[in-house]
Design a binder for this molecule. Structure first.
Ligand code: GP9
Ligand code: MN
Length: 686
């Protein structure tokens, strides 16, 4: 061996040399993963520099712990610490691939509730290259095993170990300052988890997340009644009056909320090989009694479906991290749609072909005042009835009829479909629609499951007509969030018939359907800009329910004074004039980037202030559990203790109520079941 090589080897044969090698390899590997597995959006020299160096301080600090120990133990510790950090990286690679976000304490704490399905999805999206996250450890073990590197027995001097610890903190602090100069308020406003990782690193993100989680628990304990006053002032300042033409138009009717899983607006009237993907939903969209909103956006973050549900039924935003239903669903007080309508004599039920614990629904729904929750145990099940997350939609609707017809009327019923969910798998016997041919295997089957969902909706609609329910029901359809995440840009471009898509296109790609059908409604396609947060006030006004004193962050989309601002959870927004994505402003109607003049800057700032205040006030309500202080005249708060979702008890309660009330469909139908009014072509039931 040449003397040069020997000298290098001698360096690595020391504890310090090995430590440096571990830090360098870990940094390079992390950087490689940053570049290949995440879309962190780093631009400009400062951000790119930070992205490269940001793994170093925390790696130095954590691996440095091993330097306080001697000999073999110290080497072992470095490998163990490497393994732990790499596992955190690995888990985030998988999670990010599907959710475009990083794991958080909220999600991890909720894993007891979500693990069955989350785990399954994660296994399906695993790529062999993901194990690069462990490449450095394997290399280090081999180097030690084959004695290319020898373990130094002599203990590392404690004062040098201390020096390294101090140096790590200094570097971390310096890094934070450079980052904060580039993006002020990085950790105070916590725009986006991508920002924190991009600027500070994955380990710092974890530490910050743990800290935040702890703070959240404390915020609730510290919240006072006067905090509610501030929120009320904000709500009052932005309140708008309802549209007299629509107010109370559908008073007293049953309400069906049909949750179209992962359904995006672009599917409406979309064709593949000349065939409509969703002919039934399209017909519904263009129906003369349907109000359809074509500038309506989902506003979800990590909580996905649960965020959509939180917004829809509470007009409160989901949280910046995790899921409000999971973290705050059980203990908080809510004034949600089921309980509001209950004051007007409505019964309420949610239907879903998955286990009740997913997204902590079994607890959150009680807080929201849902009287009944028909989840998987209420449905007859066979292996072939299920796909992915739960019951196939056609079978789900078929078996829901026997419960729907027992609900005391008027009722508020939410039907949560499931089949059109990532990874969009469906058995051959149910697939009778061509896939798209973008070449992206995640994207291409999307239209096939959407088509299946559409067929199941068609079958349900036929039932509503036949059973007579259609006449006295308002039917709301909405898509909860994107089905095709922004990580599939080339495929999205192909679907939209474009060469490429930019940030503006991706923001507009977040449109989801929102439609309300009722026999008293003069239908139209309405171009008002809005989002999920606006559904509750819009619906309440149609039903003639006064929400003046309620804490709701959305606005009636039918109101003439609607400001048409759609805040996204990361502080971006779409308004009638401007679309803001990251630091870039676009003209919403043309999609052209704008370099705002002074006047425009002022307008944009006013919108931004509203967006920030709206999000932060809503967060205050949830974190501080402020609705526990909010009393509304004539409104009876939910009594969770009265609610029981156990099958036997719930069905007994229904039976007893119907004996005396007789407002359910069966009683009205001379005690004859309407189950045979539903027909399905589901092959599993033949
Ligand atoms: C599971 C379903 C899926 O019950 O609602 O939730 P998502 O993964 O779309 O958030
Ligand atoms: Mn969903």
């Amino acid at each position: 061996m040449s003397t040069g090589l020997k000298r290098i080897r001698n360096i690595f044969n020391t504890t310090l040399g090995f430590y440096l090698l571990v830090v360098v390899l870990f940094t390079l590997k992390t950087y490689l993963c940053y570049r290949t597995d995440f879309t962190l959006g780093s631009s400009g020299s400062v951000q790119n520099f930070l992205l490269f160096v940001n793994p170093i301080p925390s790696a130095m600090l954590l691996f440095g712990i091993a330097l306080y120990f001697r000999g073999k133990l110290s080497y072992w510790l470095m490998l163990i610490i490497d393994f732990l950090q790499s596992t955190w990286l690995f888990a985030n690679i998988l999670y990010y691939r599907e959710f475009s976000d990083f794991l958080s304490m909220g999600i991890i704490k909720g894993t007891g509730d979500v693990q069955n399905n989350l785990g399954k999805s994660l296994m399906e999206i695993l790529h062999p290259t993901d194990f690069i996250a462990y490449a450095d450890i394997i290399l280090l073990i081999l180097l030690l095993l084959f004695r290319v590197i020898k373990i130094e027995k002599k203990p590392f001097k404690k004062r040098y170990a201390l020096l390294i610890t101090v140096l790590s903190f200094v570097l971390m602090f310096a890094e934070y300052n450079v980052a904060n100069a580039d993006r002020s308020g990085l950790l105070t406003r916590t725009f986006d988890n991508n920002y924190i990782v991009k600027y500070l690193g994955l380990n710092e993100y974890a530490a910050f997340n743990i800290y935040q989680n702890h703070k959240e628990t404390a915020t609730r304990a510290n919240a006072k009644e006067k905090d509610l006053k501030q929120v009320q002032d904000f709500i009052k300042k932005n309140q708008i009056s309802p549209n007299a033409e629509y107010y109370g138009k559908e008073k007293g009717k049953n309400v069906f909320i049909i949750h179209l899983e992962s359904f995006q607006q672009f599917l409406i009237d979309y064709k593949v090989d000349g065939k409509e993907v969703t002919p039934n939903i399209n017909k519904f969209y263009h129906n003369q009694n349907t109000l359809a909103f074509d500038n309506f956006y989902h506003q979800v973050a990590q909580g996905k479906t649960s965020d959509a549900e939180t917004m829809l039924e509470n007009s409160l935003y989901g949280l910046p991290q995790g899921s409000a239903m999971v973290s705050y669903g059980a203990q908080n007080t809510y004034q949600a749609a089921p309980s509001i309508l209950n004051q007007d004599g409505y019964s309420s039920a949610s239907f879903h072909g998955d286990v009740p614990t997913f997204w902590n629904r079994n607890n959150a729904y009680k807080s929201w005042g849902y009287e009944y929750f028909f989840s998987s145990s209420y449905y007859k099940n066979k292996p072939e009835y299920n796909v992915g997350y739960g019951m196939k939609d056609k079978i789900f609707f078929d078996q829901s009829i026997k419960y729907i017809q027992q609900l005391p009327q008027p009722f508020y019923a939410k039907m949560i479909t499931l089949t059109n969910h990532y990874p969009y798998e469906l058995d051959k016997q149910n697939t009778d629609f061509p896939a798209t041919n973008t070449g992206d295997s995640t994207v291409d089957p999307y239209v096939q499951t959407a088509h299946y969902l559409d067929q199941s909706f068609g079958e349900f609609q036929d039932y509503l007509e036949k059973s007579g329910l259609a006449k006295n029901s308002v039917v709301v359809l909405y898509g909860d969030h994107y089905g095709i995440s922004n990580n599939h840009r080339p495929a999205i471009a192909k679907l939209l018939g474009k060469k490429s898509v930019n940030k503006y296109d991706l923001a507009q790609f977040q449109k989801v359907p929102f439609m309300i059908n009722g026999s008293n409604i003069n239908g139209k396609v309405d171009h008002t800009y809005g989002g999920e947060i606006d559904v509750l006030p819009t619906l309440l006004h149609l039903l003639g329910v006064n929400n003046d004193n309620m804490i709701q962050f959305g606005h009636d989309l039918l109101s003439a004074n609607n400001q048409q601002i759609v805040p996204f959870r990361n502080g971006d927004f779409v308004s009638k004039q401007y679309t803001k994505v990251g630091g870039t402003i676009y003209d919403t109607s043309t999609g052209k980037e704008i370099k705002p003049d002074d006047e425009q800057k002022k307008q944009i700032q006013t919108i931004q202030d509203y967006v920030n205040d709206s999000l932060s006030n809503s967060d205050k309500v949830i974190y501080g559990d402020l609705l526990r202080f909010h009393k509304i005249n004539g409104y009876k708060p939910v009594n969770k203790k009265e609610i029981n979702y156990g099958k036997t008890d719930a069905l007994k309660k229904l039976e007893q109520t119907n004996k005396s009330k007789k407002t359910d469909l069966v009683s009205q139908n001379d005690n004859k079941s309407t189950v045979s009014d539903f027909s399905t072509d589901a092959p599993e039931l033949k």
